[in-house]
Design a protein around this ligand. Structure first.
Ligand code: AHG
Ligand code: MN
Ligand code: MN
Ligand code: MN
Length: 338
């Protein structure tokens, strides 16, 4: 009981899920199991990160993944931790990971959930001890067969039943949404309890912000709408001051800051990457679900990200997400400069 642990109002993630009256009973128990697996994976990844310097686990594996990126040792450690924990939860039929070439079909299971994940986001930063994270999206299996298949992963972000991320920073924080009705909740890992404890109830992204976040090194390749919008971000006049620039280069960390402080995070399309860089299933859809369920918006410039139906697991899409005001402004620029 609460008095035994000597704390009042201690809401662990499991307790929050089990008591969530926005969800039917059966879903609550299934989510409790699923999220306990995700919490375990996040604790494992968080620990590996802390010990990486001591155990020589920084650096690369020497292989490249399906996106053409150098695979870091920690990318693989994280991918294995998520896969193993999710399979063991008994709730998962299909998984798609940034680090796997194909969707992973789980055999001999009654699990009916489909999980897409980026086991380690921001891994190019990792050797510099910069904050990184993990991102996940949860769908229901739609295919009729006994086992799931790749088509189960190819659902619009709008179909997500839950999503979230863990951020491995000065603390491990996990932010989740169990659907629009349930909003967005943040939990901080308390090492003394071994539990994620609610620290950011009912998160709301500010409606208006004054921070823009983009890799401006790509600006030579941007289309006019993006260049003009970013010029606007930096401009002053009519009561507007120039926005501050903040870009960590870890999407999770940049989006987490945007959720807390407001403003806009972007990874636009450009002439060398016509779909931008970020992957729909592992990055854009789950974080759009979080941002929109906390009152913000996410667009490609011309289309709401949650309305995209992916045609392949590794699809990339351009993204602008954050405060309503800034995202609506971006959409205006795309109308003006199609
Ligand atoms: P990952 O480490 O999972 O491959 O993701 C990296 C992504 C994302 O975290 C970040 O927003 C973006 O790459 C940064 O890209 P640039 O270095 O091109 O700015
Ligand atoms: Mn990568
Ligand atoms: Mn990533
Ligand atoms: Mn990654």
């Amino acid at each position: 009981s609460m008095s035994e642990i000597g704390r009042k109002n201690l809401v662990t993630m499991t307790r929050y899920i089990q008591k969530n009256d926005k969800l039917p009973e059966d879903k609550r128990s299934e989510f409790a199991l699923l999220f306990s697996a995700i919490q375990l994976a996040s604790k494992i990844v968080g620990n590996s990160m802390k010990r990486a310097g001591i155990e020589s686990q920084f650096g690369v594996t020497g292989t490249t993944n399906v996106h053409g990126e150098e695979v870091k040792k920690l990318d693989l450690i994280a991918n294995d931790a998520f896969k193993e924990a999710l399979v063991e939860s008994g709730q998962v039929a299909v998984m798609a990971s940034e680090e796997e070439e194909e969707a992973v079909i789980v055999e001999n299971t009654t699990g009916k959930y489909v999980i897409t994940f980026d086991p380690l986001d921001g891994s190019s930063n990792i050797d510099a001890n910069v904050s990184v994270g993990s991102i996940f999206g949860i769908y229901e299996k739609k295919s009729a067969g006994k086992n799931g298949d790749t088509s189960d992963c190819l659902q619009a972000g709008r179909q997500l039943v839950a999503s979230g991320y863990s951020i491995y920073g000065s603390a491990i924080i996990m932010v989740i949404s169990l659907g629009r009705e349930s909003g967005v909740q943040g939990f901080t890992f308390d090492p003394s309890l071994g539990e994620f404890v609610m620290s950011h109830p009912d998160m709301k992204v500010p409606e208006n912000g004054a921070i823009y976040s983009v890799n401006e090194g790509n600006s030579a390749y941007w289309p006019k709408a993006t260049s003009q919008y970013v010029e606007y971000c930096k401009s002053s006049g009519e009561g507007k001051k120039p926005y501050s620039a903040r870009y960590i280069g870890s999407m999770v960390a940049d989006v987490h800051r945007t959720l807390l402080y407001g403003g806009i995070f972007m990874y636009p399309a450009d002439s060398k990457s016509p779909n931008g860089k970020l992957r729909y299933l592992y990055e854009v859809a789950p974080l759009s679900f979080i941002v929109e369920n906390s009152g913000g918006l996410a667009t490609t410039g011309t289309k709401r990200c949650l309305d995209i139906v992916p045609d392949k697991v590794h699809l990339r899409v351009p993204v602008f997400m954050g405060s309503k005001r800034q995202v609506l402004d971006v959409e205006e620029y795309f109308k003006k400069f199609p």
